[in-house]
Design a protein around this ligand. Structure first.
Ligand SMILES: Nc1nc2c(ncn2[C@@H]2O[C@H](COP(=O)(O)OP(=O)(O)OP(=O)(O)O)[C@@H](O)[C@H]2O)c(=O)[nH]1
Ligand SMILES: [Mg+2]
Length: 333
């Protein structure tokens, strides 16, 4: 990779990874080509992008003939909220809705028969002083994959793959989910990234959530799952019913989002607003924080004073300052 790719290029690339329809993929690839600095060092990348665009165009045309694209449907309309989005997926009856109900104030239908959940449903999970958006989804089986789920997975910051280790059927159901997703271009992995060679093949960071550990035999099924199902993900053992492991699940979800919290302070006020931190991805800049506060502020930002563990109190910084967790910034326009 040439070192001089612009932030605009990286943004287009990130949008591409999250694209949920072939049409969107095509638009993002075109944006990447537009944003790519054109010189000798990027010749190879330009050629690769053009090839991908041509392949994506064909896929988009075929999709156009086939009808509704993956990513279409209700899930597409749920706006992003909070510090990040984690999507609960899994086989029928695994306890996705029970987990949503246990960790947020949402009130999904929970029942002992499969296909209870028909539409994606969001809820907000509090963690310390931030909120994380969780989304419950309809079940995935060998035969059924709701078109909205792939779009939700690709657009998620994190996927929670829920497996029922309280019943033998849970292991088979998990295997079906892995196989079903394996036949698509939407895959789960330890990190989110794009396949360099295959157009539209996108990996989303995921955690394995082994649910119903309150039931007997869950330990042995945990071992069975690893033996028979090729899932290379970090796992947590929880129970939506007894609440066991939920505190550590909450924390793991928050940490996996890899965001930092920044508190803003008005120049005219003595105290920062500690109620409502803004969050940006680790490595994010002051300018990104200013954008979250107000678009105009990002445009007009002159400097900021920062208080935090990594700077002297009141240090004056510019928009390119990399913010740290729990920094307090006083923005001056
Ligand atoms: N013992 C026990 N039962 C649970 C637990 N979590 C969920 N259940 C039960 O498992 C059944 C299915 O739970 P749901 O939350 O509806 O499962 P789901 O994954 O949303 O199911 P679908 O919407 O059909 O995909 C219900 O009877 C729940 O009460 C748990 O941790 N322990
Ligand atoms: Mg459900």
């Amino acid at each position: 990779m040439p070192a001089n790719l612009t932030p605009q290029y990286h943004k287009a690339e990130e949008d591409y990874r999250r694209a949920s329809t072939p049409d969107e993929e095509l638009r993002c690839l075109e944006a990447m080509l537009r944003e790519l600095p054109k010189h000798k060092g990027t010749d190879k990348l330009q050629a690769e992008l053009k090839q991908k665009i041509s392949r994506a165009r064909k896929e988009a045309e075929q999709q156009g003939k086939k009808g509704p694209a993956r990513g279409a449907g209700a899930g597409h309309r749920i706006p992003h909220q909070g510090a990040g989005r984690a999507v609960l997926i899994g086989g029928p009856n695994s306890g996705k809705s029970a987990l949503l109900a246990a960790m947020t104030r949402a009130t999904p239908e929970i029942a002992a028969y499969p296909f209870t959940t028909r539409e994606p449903l969001p809820g907000m999970m509090p963690w310390e002083d931030v909120m994380v958006q969780l989304i419950d989804t309809p079940p995935i089986t060998g035969d059924v994959l709701d078109p909205s789920i792939q779009g939700l997975i690709r657009g998620a910051d994190l996927v929670l793959f829920v497996v029922d280790v309280g019943n033998d059927e849970g292991i088979d159901a998990a295997q079906e989910v892995v196989e079903r997703l394996g036949g698509t271009k939407t895959r789960l992995a330890r990190d989110s990234y794009l396949d360099e060679d295959d157009v539209g093949l996108s990996y989303t960071r995921a955690l394995l959530v082994l649910n119903k550990v309150d039931l007997s035999g869950s330990d042995e099924r945990d071992v069975l799952l690893r033996e028979f199902c090729p899932i290379d993900l970090d796992a947590l053992r929880v129970s939506a019913a007894s609440q066991q492991g939920l505190e550590s699940l909450r924390e793991t979800i928050y940490r996996a989002l890899d965001v930092v919290r920044v508190y803003t302070k008005l120049p005219s006020k003595k105290e920062p607003d500690f109620d409502r931190p803004f969050t940006v991805r680790r490595g994010g800049t002051l300018l990104q924080v200013a954008e979250l506060v107000h678009r105009d502020l990002a445009r007009d930002l002159k400097f900021a004073r920062v208080w935090g563990k990594n700077v002297h109190d009141g240090t004056i910084v510019k928009g390119d300052y990399v913010v740290h967790d729990r920094d307090v910034v006083e923005l001056h326009a």
